[in-house]
Design a protein around this ligand. Structure first.
Ligand code: BDP
Length: 600
């Protein structure tokens, strides 16, 4: 079987130029649910006899009331022709994300399978295609929750979900949307081609050094690169190995205020003729942790922004370019300079927007709800899935200047979590979980040694887990889940805890989540949970505390906008209401407050 082309290592995003071509398969497809999972034995892979319509991309849960909570099997079908111009070409198909398990047939033949949402994968399909007739594409998608998936679900021990009593039983606080949720593309590559590009930038004595590593599938070749920003052009030497260096005098650096992008074009030559090219936008910048501070281009930087969710009504978690642009505009409006891709990789287009808009992105894999109260074999299965996700994510996003940090997990749950939370103690962790997280941190640093690595830590996280991270991310809910209505006490506890963590680690700290559920339109003249006044006061206290605490180098309020989560008594109307904006992006009172603070 034509399995995944390579394990976790994805190819460059498809593009159209003189040597490469692409067409989109997005649109309205046929769709059929398979509640009994009988499709394969009934040969649905040969074609669906009855069907409804579905949009690709979309999350099926938002667009059909009958499927609102359905996360089992769903089948998709469409048809496409391949132009004669593509004869003799190597043809691939790329899914930018399918959640969670995908099986692909073309013209009734099994092409391959893939596990895991939020990241792209490709198959080579030339040999499955036919000429003069249309090609039938059938995709089976299945999104059941399992403790052996990442993120996990249906977990019985060692996590919060058993107390939340939520449905569907995710081990995390967002809805497990299903479907072909990002774009589907057919593309061609020349048989001898550029297979990967890695760009690293440095700045020395006002010269920008752009280091480019180019991988190809050719033995005998030469490469060169041209960098330009419309005004000026810089060219590398011709090289016969895989590395190129471009020096840029007086570079326009990429920064939050001026996110300057250069166009980098790589040329691959064989016997003096060009056989492939690839273009990407890059920024010249450095990101470094020194002591307990973070520096962008050698200047101290403070992270102001949000944890987001890539979701909205109607499209669910599916790619939605107008929504991405709107969210970026709201981030600008409010004066934010940063966000975390909580709790999974966002669409590539969202990260491209961040490059262009100057946002500092903390880029996270879908390792949320990790738990260790389990047998070693199962923990190892989850570890391998996370390692593959890190590999794929870094391969996908390594050349984006906006990505300044990798987050390898959100709130892994230590053993004995509830007791740790209760007494606020972060005593030593067990060896298995510590090794697990250290492996992920180590992997990220090995694949990309140019960016800091982190994980977002829940209340009660053992300090051993933070030993190898470069920046400490703390999700803290003093004043909401703890010490409700006692904001003085909450800030005192926060301050004591962070000062202890800082004394022991001496690393920069970002408060990566802090928030209070707020129902829009709930008001009160006295302190009252869920009111707009309480959220405003809560965020005000955290901002005041951070302002006077040098080692707190950033605040990410939780969350940019209200979002759909699972049903539970803790989540009114199936929503998490901690947004500064409602789910349809109307500001709550606190959004105006943050705007006045952050634009100051
Ligand atoms: C944090 C989680 C986040 C939740 C948030 C909350 O990281 O996913 O949505 O709590 O409870 O623990 O609102």
């Amino acid at each position: 079987m034509n399995r995944l082309i390579n394990n976790g290592e994805i190819m460059l995003k498809p593009q159209q130029n003189n040597y490469r071509d692409k067409i989109s398969l997005d649109g309205i497809w046929k769709f059929k649910v398979d509640t009994e999972d009988i499709g394969i034995q009934n040969n649905w892979q040969l074609g669906l006899s009855s069907f409804k319509q579905i949009a690709v991309p979309s999350s099926w849960n938002e667009i059909d009331p009958e499927l609102s909570d359905y996360i089992g099997v769903g089948w998709y079908q469409s048809e496409f022709y391949v132009s004669r111009l593509w004869d003799e070409k190597n043809i691939y198909i790329r899914f930018a994300s399918v959640t969670y398990h995908c099986t692909l047939w073309i013209n009734g033949q099994l092409v391959g399978t893939h596990d895991g949402g939020h990241l792209p994968f490709e198959f080579k399909i030339s040999e499955f295609l036919q000429k003069d007739y249309s090609n039938k594409i059938v995709v089976r998608v299945e999104n059941e929750l399992s403790p052996l998936r990442v993120p996990p679900g249906n977990v019985d021990t060692g996590s919060l979900s058993i107390f939340m009593n939520n449905l569907p039983r995710t081990n995390y606080d967002f809805f497990p949307y299903a479907g072909i949720d990002r774009t589907v593309t057919l593309f061609t590559l020349p048989s001898e081609h550029i297979s990967d590009i890695t760009v690293n930038t440095n700045i020395k004595n006002n010269v920008g050094l752009v280091d480019v590593i180019v991988n190809t599938n050719v033995d005998d070749y030469s490469i060169y690169a041209v960098l330009d920003d419309g005004d000026k052009t810089f060219k590398s030497e011709l090289s016969n190995d895989n590395s190129l260096l471009i020096s840029v005098d007086n570079p326009n650096l990429w920064s939050v205020k001026d996110p300057h992008l250069y166009n980098l074009k790589i040329f691959l030559e064989n016997k003096n003729s060009i056989i492939d090219t690839y273009e990407l936008k890059i920024g010249i910048r450095t990101i470094e942790v020194k002591g307990d501070q973070i520096y962008l281009n050698d200047e101290k930087i403070e992270f102001k922004g949000f944890g987001r969710h890539e979701e909205s009504p109607i499209t669910g978690r599916a790619q939605n370019l107008p929504q991405s642009i709107m969210d970026h505009n709201l981030l600008k409006w409010i004066g934010a300079n940063s966000y975390r891709t909580a709790h999974y990789p966002y669409s590539e287009e969202d990260i491209e927007l961040a490059d262009a808009n100057g946002f500092l992105v903390i880029n996270e894999i879908p390792a949320v709800g990790l738990f260790f109260d389990d047998i070693k074999e199962n923990i190892d299965i989850r570890l391998e899935l996370c390692r593959k996700q890190i590999n794929t994510l870094i391969n996908r996003d390594k050349n984006h200047p906006s990505v300044v940090m990798w987050s390898v997990a959100n709130e892994p749950f230590p053993l004995d979590l509830l007791n740790r939370m209760k007494d606020g103690k972060n005593g030593p962790a067990d060896e298995i979980s510590t090794n697990f997280l250290n492996t992920l941190i180590e992997d990220a640093k090995t694949i990309d040694n140019s960016r800091p690595v982190t994980l977002a830590a829940i209340h009660g996280t053992p300090l051993d887990w933070l030993e190898n991270v470069d920046v400490i991310l703390l999700n803290r809910y003093y004043g909401w889940y703890f010490d409700q209505l006692d904001l003085d006490g909450a800030i005192e506890k926060l301050s004591n805890e962070l000062s202890e963590i800082h004394d022991k680690t001496k690393k920069p700290i970002i408060i990566s989540e802090f928030g209070a559920d707020t129902i829009p339109g709930f008001h009160s003249v006295s302190d009252e949970l869920y009111t707009e006044e309480y959220q405003l006061e809560y965020w005000k206290r955290y901002l005041e505390y951070a302002k006077k605490t040098d080692y707190v180098v950033g605040l990410h309020a939780w969350v940019l906008a209200d979002f759909r989560t699972t049903h539970s008594t803790m989540r009114i109307g199936g929503l998490n209401h901690k947004g500064a904006f409602t789910r349809d992006r109307k500001p709550k009172m606190s959004a105006h407050y943050l705007r006045s603070e952050w634009n100051n």
